[in-house]
Design a protein around this ligand. Structure first.
Ligand SMILES: Cc1cc2nc3c(=O)[nH]c(=O)nc-3n(C[C@H](O)[C@H](O)[C@H](O)COP(=O)(O)OP(=O)(O)OC[C@H]3O[C@@H](n4cnc5c(N)ncnc54)[C@H](O)[C@@H]3O)c2cc1C
Length: 321
């Protein structure tokens, strides 16, 4: 029976739970058990999802205290001998995963975006060389197999509820943390495209007038994203690229302006509720995935929609007044 440990990060609970899907894909043909480890109360929320819930009973260890967290995970590895350890590639996860790998003297595949089985061998896929290639990495070394997994890529579909067994784990006394928490302040609204409910996204068809997308995005209280064609042309920063070598997004509405819909772009769209695409070619692949297709020029579409939204807002304002 294979054993897979998933680190539940309290600030990124959903992304951590979604790693159950990674375990499912890894052990497609093998029997396996899932263990969640949590330092906070999110263990309770995971009830019914994992086979075992390990709750670490040490109130002193804070989420950002990577050294003590690593110490505890190392202890757990000695006790349970996991076959794999899966960590979400969040800010915290990106600090924790390499430290864990060093401690256990094993390799780490960071920022995994897909799992494959080639001739019965597990391949962990991740972007390499600034996303120019996708590298399939095989573990020929010791176990556990260690991965950090890119956010929003895998989605776990709820299955039958499990009879989760709770384990209260008392770790060795924590080292005195070298990090002192001075104050906590509310995070400012980020400009991360992954946080936006609506994305106005531009591709090769908007090359000449990409800046105009911001007019529409501002009216819709949303953010601008782009295909790689725009990013590689130096028009937009890589931080707003959607796709296999960019970011994986899950907005409620994705407006694809002048985007062809290559496989690598579509890979960045996960759980998008609705897609509107505007394209001069109604046979572009993105159109077949869209809820609404507008056949025509994206620049004209932007102008008309911005005018319409402004007009509607004015009418609402007058009625309110
Ligand atoms: C390893 C690898 C990783 C990659 N990763 C990514 C990635 O993360 N993200 C990504 O996007 N790509 C990625 N790519 C590139 C990808 O294969 C495509 O080349 C890219 O997505 C094309 O971008 P596009 O659809 O915007 O542009 P184009 O292919 O140029 O398509 C432009 C579209 O706009 C339409 N159009 C033209 N003029 C207008 C107009 N005036 N109004 C409306 N529509 C118009 C055209 O009909 C066409 O459908 C990757 C490629 C590789 C090999």
């Amino acid at each position: 029976m294979k054993k897979s440990l998933i680190y539940l990060e309290p600030n990124n609970y959903q992304n951590s739970v979604d790693l159950l899907e990674v375990a499912r894909q890894m052990y497609a043909d093998d029997a396996y058990e899932t263990y969640a480890v949590s330092f906070a109360s999110c263990c309770r929320e995971a009830e019914g999802l994992f086979d075992y819930l390990i709750e670490v009973l040490d109130q002193q260890i804070q989420n950002f205290d990577i050294i003590n967290t690593t110490n505890v995970l190392e202890e757990l590895q000695q006790v349970y001998q996991f076959d794999s350890i899966l960590i979400p590639a969040t800010h915290i996860g990106r600090m924790l995963a390499p430290r864990m790998a060093m401690r256990l003297h094993v390799g780490l595949v960071a920022d995994v975006t897909a799992i494959k089985h080639t001739n019965g061998v597990l391949e962990m896929v991740r972007p390499a060389f600034s996303g120019k290639i996708m590298a399939g990495i095989v573990n020929r070394g010791r176990i556990p197999v260690m991965m950090s997994i890119r956010q929003n890529v895998f989605t776990y579909q709820l299955g039958e509820s499990k009879n989760s067994l709770r384990i209260e784990y008392h770790p060795k006394p924590a080292e005195k943390s070298k990090i002192e928490l001075l104050s906590i302040s509310e995070k400012e609204k980020t400009n991360d495209i992954r946080d936006s409910e609506v994305l106005v996204s531009g591709g090769g068809g908007t090359m000449r007038y990409f800046r105009r997308l911001k007019l529409l995005a501002d009216e819709m209280n949303s953010q601008v994203s782009a295909s790689r064609r725009i990013v590689d042309s130096g028009i937009a920063s890589r931080s707003i690229q959607v796709g296999q070598s960019g970011k994986t997004v899950a907005p409620r509405l994705y407006i694809a302006l002048g985007i062809y819909g290559s496989l690598q772009h579509i890979e960045g769209l996960k759980n998008v509720e609705s897609i509107i695409s505007v394209n001069t070619n109604k046979h572009a692949p993105i159109c077949s995935l869209s809820d609404i297709v507008v056949e025509g020029d994206a620049e004209e579409f932007i102008e008309k929609l911005v005018d319409k939204i402004k007009r509607e807002k004015r009418i609402c304002h007058e009625n309110d007044g």
